[in-house]
Write a protein that binds this ligand. Structure first.
Ligand code: C2E
Ligand code: MG
Ligand code: MG
Ligand code: MG
Length: 276
């Protein structure tokens, strides 16, 4: 499948591996191996209050660490969404996040966000399963946020109901990649979420593109009117951060504040927020 960039190194997802993955039996054994060897690792990217740059939470981002290469999610998540492994993956990430919180909840400021695939949220028992995982590890849903990409918010009463159930258990829900998909605005009429994560596409040229700037401004105003929290993703410069803050956006996430980092680095980041 050609070359892909993973961090600074260039790695190759070999045609042989691609073929093995396409063959479902083989795929199952690759995944069992990968899970057993703990090849799926959690990285963490802090979110900050734009007003003070203090930590306001963090997002968990999965990486597949194979031998000496670190595969970013865009390379395997779409595959997992096709072959049905994504549900297991998402629950695995949630489980590992709960284990992390068991040990470190006292140093984490704000909620930890876990991404849920649009495929996972459609599963019949998704609410039951999520509630059972957090209960098993005795983690309060009040410590967790679930990010669901806006394209998953299809207007079926089914998804709507699941979101409401999750919120009534105490999870918050973020609509991820807001503005990147098609026709997401009308979905806000009937689906109640807590947070809009404004897609990086809006942030990239917010300064140079006057039309983009106006749209961004109105999106934030609308979110504020609807009493939705706003998170801007992909902030890479201080100018972008300042602009977003001035437009009334509450929270920022991006390389300018902090890159996704390993668990150990994240623990240090959290400790630095709590000088003792
Ligand atoms: P996302 O949820 O929208 O996550 C934000 C992505 O933007 C992450 O990419 C993050 O590393 C990247 N990012 C953050 N700040 C910046 C910045 O300042 N500039 C740029 N250029 N990029 C930035 P990543 O880690 O490659 O993840 C990609 C997508 O994979 C995520 O998009 C999410 O949809 C999915 N994903 C990651 N982990 C999971 C997971 O555990 N489960 C599921 N279902 N999906 C996941
Ligand atoms: Mg996300
Ligand atoms: Mg996002
Ligand atoms: Mg995005």
């Amino acid at each position: 499948q050609g070359k892909l960039r993973a961090g600074n190194s260039v790695s190759v997802f070999t045609p042989q591996m691609q073929q093995e993955i396409n063959n479902n039996n083989h795929f199952t054994s690759i995944m069992e191996e990968a899970l057993k060897n703990e090849e799926f690792v959690l990285h963490f990217q802090p979110k900050v209050l734009l007003s003070t740059e203090e930590m306001a939470g963090a997002e968990v981002l999965i990486r597949w660490q194979r031998a000496d290469e670190c595969l970013p999610p865009y390379h395997f998540i779409p595959l997992f969404e096709k072959n049905g492994f994504i549900e297991e993956m998402d629950y695995y990430v949630l489980t590992k996040t709960c284990v992390f919180l068991q040990n470190y909840q006292s140093i984490v400021k704000g909620r930890i966000s876990v991404n849920l695939s649009g495929v996972t949220i459609l599963q019949e028992k998704v609410v039951e399963n999520i509630v059972a995982i957090v209960a098993k590890y005795e983690i309060s849903p009040a410590q967790l946020d679930l990010e669901i990409t806006e394209t998953a918010f299809v207007d079926t009463s089914d998804v709507l109901e699941k979101i409401q159930q999750l919120r009534s258990h105490g999870f918050t829900i973020s609509m991820d990649d807001f503005g990147a998909g098609v026709s997401s605005l009308n979905r806000l009429k009937n689906i109640h979420v807590d947070t809009l994560k404004i897609d990086r596409e809006f942030i990239i040229d917010a300064i140079e593109n006057p039309r983009g700037n106006k749209i961004l401004q109105r999106v934030i105003e609308m979110a504020n009117d609807l009493q939705l929290e706003t998170v801007a993703e992909g902030i890479e410069t201080i100018e972008q951060g300042t602009l977003l803050k001035n437009l009334g956006c509450q929270i920022g996430q991006g390389y300018y504040y902090a890159r996704p980092m390993s668990k150990q680095q994240f623990i240090t980041y959290c400790q630095d927020q709590h000088p003792s």
